[in-house]
Design a protein around this ligand. Sequence first.
Ligand code: LLP
Length: 433
Amino acid sequence: MQARTFEGFSVGKNGRLTIGGCDAVLLAQRFATPLYVFDETRLRANCRDYREAFRLNYPSESRIAYAAKAFLTLAMAKLIKEEGLSLDVASAGELFTAMSARFPAGRIYMHGNCKTQEEMTMALRYGVHRLIIDSEQELIQLNRIAAKMGKKADIFLRITPGVEAHTHEYIKTGHLDTKFGIHIESGLALKAVKSALALKNINLHGIHAHIGSQIFDLESYQVMIEMVFAFLKDVRSKTKKVFGELDFGGGLGIRYSQEQHPPSVADYARVISRTLGQISHDLDYPLPQIIVEPGRSIVAEAGVTLYTIHYVKKIPGGKSYVIVDGGLSDNPRPALYGARYRVAVANKMNKPANFPCTVSGKHCETDRLFQDVNIQTPQRGDIMAVFSTGAYNYSMASNYNRYPRPAAIMAANGKARLIVRRESLGDLLRQDL
Ligand code: LLP
């Protein structure tokens, strides 16, 4: 008989959720709640799926640069290093974390639409593989800094391809109203390429484009690649420049709720590879090395947040509120984006989920974490599990209401290890004067 599973995690005979072979209730007891738990085996498998999908489908070289913004700690940087992926960082803090984990500089891509002088200097000093440049002004600033340091900066230019994708649809427009990248239509992108080629301390290797996040419609990638190549064709005819590297950003969607069916990584790799193969053939453009920057689709579904249920409040009119010991500060996504998640009572997984309620957090706001969900009948002391919280939860956490941020652990083969210590009340005073 097959063991029961829920969202890809197994459920023990005692009805308890297990993550990485560890009993979720015991994890909550040992490490306290709220707690970010990562299934390390699943995380590593996601990394391998990406590498494998592009190795099988794309006939030239490919690099998978994990987008650190989704979730980065020293342990995560080390895991990404071990899995042979590259790393996309977008701030001094993410770069510093990578450097502290001795992440190879030759596999780091540095983003950011407002890189400071300090960030550029740090990136050049460490020798990051590529800096992704967001505007001509930034290009000139980088050239100046590189010249001062006696270095040549290796860069991509980020262009705005005129495609904006949202989960199930995309829009195609020549005039995107966005702060990111350099517009093609207005001629600014071509001008920036020409400047980059002329600047002494700049080495322009390729072009970068990113069309959004939580994307389900693979056609939007196809359209983006077509728009990028229309630009590359123009660049080639006006400057003779042919690029050997192209970076198509991240954005592949994941499953947050039962109704969602995101495309597989293999399908994503197939669409990108097929489109590139066709276009490069049609335009007689040599197949470039490609880079993709997945964040969410590597880490989100490998993460589960555990809370303790403290109160179950029935309000006149019949609605029930289940109050947990976390909220806005460890997961701001419901408040920010109206994000929905799958939730369950981790110690009652074999009971029917027929208790309608809204799960709320402990903050001085409405703090509705999970609205109108059905869970197993909750009681004080039960452990609540929230699925697909691996991406943009820890990385977007705050100390609102001066709550210390939760701990994070990795679980694999029945063993759990702490990767981020829970903040203490003392930690909250560390920077106060
Ligand atoms: N590359 C670039 C240039 C990006 O801006 C992003 C995400 C990624 C890669 C990774 O995208 P992913 O594969 O994770 O979708 N805080 C929001 C998500 C913001 C994403 C920003 N850029 C959220 O919680 O949904």
